[in-house]
Design a protein around this ligand. Structure first.
Ligand code: TRP
Ligand code: ZN
Length: 498
């Protein structure tokens, strides 16, 4: 499902329909190998939109052996002679509309050449069979799939799909998902959405069937396989609530439960600010091997280390805020990652306020005061941090301060209308910084270019802090705070990618 936005594109499409000759339809052309992301040129593909993925796999933790079939429902957006899927594993067959197709894989691209040209606006059924061990693969130099002592984690950002299923891997192309995964008896297999069935299918296999019915970006679709204590329940709003705790969390186990079990309360508090929770299920998974946390749609995953000093509901607020900012409204280009991390950080400020541990003004000011002007932190531009700095602290903390600066400039009433309107306008789609600034200007009636240029795109510590005070005035009145948990969260989160 792709959201067409440009009238020029629509006009071009219309022209193609009106003027395409039958000869052109017979020829077609290859779909682009990427959607044109600034940081990840091969992410996503051109020529089609995916609408649904049905992933049906077997996984054996003893050998890291993954095998099965992914069926993709898609629709062509051009006359297509050839198209790509983003995928790393060894493929044994590809069928397009029941006809065997030629294919080859190289560098994370599975290129499929159907027997005949596929005309524009046609519904496709693409069936890919495969069989491999995912762990050794790398993409853009990064690892993705993590083997763990008792299973595996298919959890990563900005890419994880190519390690376990073929996809059009960019947030611009969301789809619904059925994920069915068979594991040996006694092993748990977790994914997004609702657990629609779990059944022993043979002496060797138990199959877990998960379903996500709201548009979901491929990287937010996850697998967590291993030894977990799984709790299945119902949230007060009636939604499926599934939480799972690794059986090796040790002394962090109770604090992990005391934090993640409060997910429905966190979602309730956040929905007062951001509008109704956009999905159909909720929960969380805590694992001691992960090394970070990630906002998988409907069910974030957390490393046990977040809970080493006791409860950490701040990280629960962060990951669940991403359900609005990141998952429902996704980035249109990975360079605009601050639209995810800055908002999730601001949600930590709001949650801090709810807990009585400091207002957003206090937390933002504390962050501003504690980072000296000569710290390299201020050289990273949250509005376009560079691929190497995509998850740098500045994306989180300067992103959060940017929103506090916006609140100071437009006042509480306009600010809270803006942060509720944005996820409503862009629900299940993508957004850009330009569009966000335009919304903020429309709602507030203020000219805000200078503010966003200073906070997102200008190197150096802004002379005026997030509450409108000069750095010198702030230094004179600075109060020691106790908001370190938020900065510590971001350091752990940013250390994620290997
Ligand atoms: N988006 C995650 C968060 O802020 C951070 C994260 C998770 C991450 N996994 C990662 C960053 C892998 C880099 C690499 O909650
Ligand atoms: Zn985040």
């Amino acid at each position: 499902m792709r959201h067409m936005k440009s009238p020029a594109l629509i006009a071009a499409g219309l022209a193609a329909v009106l003027f395409a000759s039958p000869a052109a339809a017979a020829t077609g052309s290859p779909g682009a190998p990427g959607v044109g992301d600034s940081y990840y040129p091969l992410d996503g593909n051109g020529g089609y939109d995916a609408t649904h993925y049905d992933i049906r796999l077997n996984y054996d933790p003893a050998t890291d052996h993954l095998s099965g079939t992914t069926t993709i429902l898609a629709r062509t957006t051009q006359d297509l002679s050839e198209f790509n899927l983003d995928f790393l594993l060894k493929v044994s067959s590809v069928r397009v509309d029941n006809v065997a197709a030629d294919f080859h894989t190289a560098g994370g691209e599975l290129t499929v050449t159907p027997k005949a040209v596929l005309p524009k606006d046609r519904d496709l059924t693409i069936v890919v069979r495969y069989d491999d061990t995912p762990e050794p693969y790398r993409l853009y130099g990064y690892a993705g799939w993590q083997k763990t002592p008792t299973g595996a984690l298919g959890v990563n950002e900005p890419q994880i799909a190519p390690w376990w299923y073929p996809s059009n891997d960019h947030p611009r192309d969301k789809a619904t998902f059925d994920v069915s995964i068979a594991v040996p008896p006694g092993v748990e297999a977790l994914s997004n959405g609702v657990l629609v069935n779990k059944q022993q299918t043979s002496p060797r296999w138990v199959r877990w069937n998960w379903r996500s019915t709201r548009p979901q970006a491929p990287y937010l679709t996850f697998l967590a396989i291993g030894q977990y204590d799984v709790r299945q329940g119902t949230a007060p709003d009636g939604q499926t609530l599934i939480t799972a705790y690794g059986d090796d969390l040790g002394d962090n186990g109770p604090a992990a439960r005391a934090s993640v079990e409060r997910t429905p309360e966190v979602l309730d508090v956040l929905s007062r600010y951001f509008g109704p929770y956009p999905f159909e299920a909720q929960g969380g998974v805590v694992d001691s091997s992960l090394g970070f946390a990630l906002e998988n749609q409907t069910r974030p995953v957390y490393d046990g280390a977040f809970f080493r000093a006791g409860t950490n509901t701040s990280v629960v607020a962060h990951e669940n805020a991403h359900q609005w900012f990141g998952d429902s409204v996704s980035v249109d280009d990975w360079k605009e990652i601050w639209l995810n991390e800055g908002f999730a950080t601001y949600a930590e400020y709001l949650w801090s306020d709810y807990q009585g541990e400091g207002t957003p003004a206090e937390v933002a000011q504390f962050t501003y005061d504690n980072i000296p002007a000569d710290d390299p932190f201020w050289q990273v531009l949250p509005g376009d941090p560079g691929e190497q700095n995509q998850f740098a602290d500045a994306v989180y903390d300067r992103g959060g301060m940017t929103l506090q600066a916006l609140r100071t400039a437009v006042g509480d009433d306009a600010f809270f209308r803006i942060v509720k309107q944005w996820p409503q306008d862009k629900q299940y789609g993508t957004g850009t910084t330009t569009e966000f600034v335009a919304l903020a200007e429309k709602v507030s009636g203020k000219q805000l270019d200078d503010l966003f240029t200073t906070w997102l795109y200008t190197p150096g510590k802004p002379a005026v802090g997030p509450n409108g005070q000069s750095a010198a005035a702030a230094a004179a009145t600075a109060k020691p705070g106790s908001y370190d948990q938020i900065q510590q969260n971001h350091q752990l989160l940013a250390a994620g990618r290997k």
